[in-house]
Every structure is written in structure tokens, then in C-alpha cells.
Design a protein around this ligand. Sequence first.
Ligand SMILES: [Zn+2]
Length: 135
Amino acid sequence: MSESNKAIILYGSLDTEFRTIEAMVKIYCKNHHKTPTLCEQCKDFLEYAFTRLDRCPYGEAKPTCRLCPIHCYKTDYREMSRKIMRYSGPKMLFKHPILAVRHLIAEKRPVPEKPESGASNRHKRKLLEKQNTGN
Ligand SMILES: [Zn+2]
């Protein structure tokens, strides 16, 4: 995680979703890139995923990425995301059953037609920051 992302908090279901993605990237990297810790490419991917979650206009009402009508990932990352999900998805149930089940439940939720305005994590975060500094 970069310095800039370290200070950022994802709220509620967005945090859960990030932890799910993180777990899948770790499984994928371990078996494909064989570096002792997450390789640079996978680190970069995770950071990208983190930023997308922070900025997702649906915020915590976000549908799962598979069902989302907004395709916010750039082509390269989208491709990589597909590879990672395809490989790690089926392994999640055994390695991280709670995260996996939460994701399956999330897939059953109806997809909101349109994001509410100001729903994104980033928006809420900025609002809270403002309140905390008293401006
Ligand atoms: Zn890797």
C-alpha cells in the first residue's frame, strides 16, 4: 500500500470487499509469481483496486464487480482482475470461507439502478475529514 492509501479508510462492505480482493490477489501471486511477498505487479493491482473501491459511486451499496453496470477498470486491470478472480475465486471457499460466503450473499443483492449522489467512500471520507478539522 502506498503512503497515500495508508491513511485512507474504506467503510463497511467496501472494506470487506477490499479484504476479499486482497486475499484473492495473494493466492494468485503466491502460485504464479513465486515471490516471497506480493510482487510489484500485484501490489500495483491491489492499489488500483483500492482506489476504485474508494471512488465507486455506489459506495457501500456497491453491487459485486461482476454484476456492476459501471465498468470502471481500465482494460489492462480488468484483464488482470479476470485472471485473478478465475483462478482464486474457487479457492476462496476453502481458504477464506467467511469472505467467500459474504461475497456470495452480496451477489444475490439487487443491483441499484443508479448510485445515490455523494455515496462514494471518497465523498464520505472527505466529509468526515472536514467535520473533524471543524471547518
Ligand atoms: Zn504477483
